[in-house]
Design a protein around this ligand. Sequence first.
Ligand code: ASC
Length: 128
Amino acid sequence: NFEEPADAIKYRQSAFSLIAYNFGDMGAMLKGKKPFDASVFSSRADNVAALAKLPHEGFIAGSDQGDTEALAKVWQDKADFDSKMTAFQDHAAALAIAAKSSDQNQIKQAFANTGKSCKGCHDVYKKD
Ligand code: ASC
């Protein structure tokens, strides 16, 4: 277990950074900012699906205090936060599966669903 709230904050922020890097690169490919490479895209989608499981553990009680953008609302509405985190994990898992198809529409839809679950949580539980 984490020794201090700061350790939990660092843990979840590290996971989010890795998610953002991998997801951002996928977005660059889908938006045509770089060539679409199905193998790289799929490997990044696998990374996001695995990484999506990590941040939740870092939202320990008391870790709304410290160097964090998480709002106290995370702990006030924990059941809703938890279900949004699960939905994100489910969308990321579906994206990893879609990425193994050659159906660009399916991939784009799964990517959009995942992005919406990022934003949906940020809008409510993260400082601007
Ligand atoms: C990203 C990123 C987010 C999400 C969000 C999706 O690449 O860093 O926080 O996508 O903007 O709407």
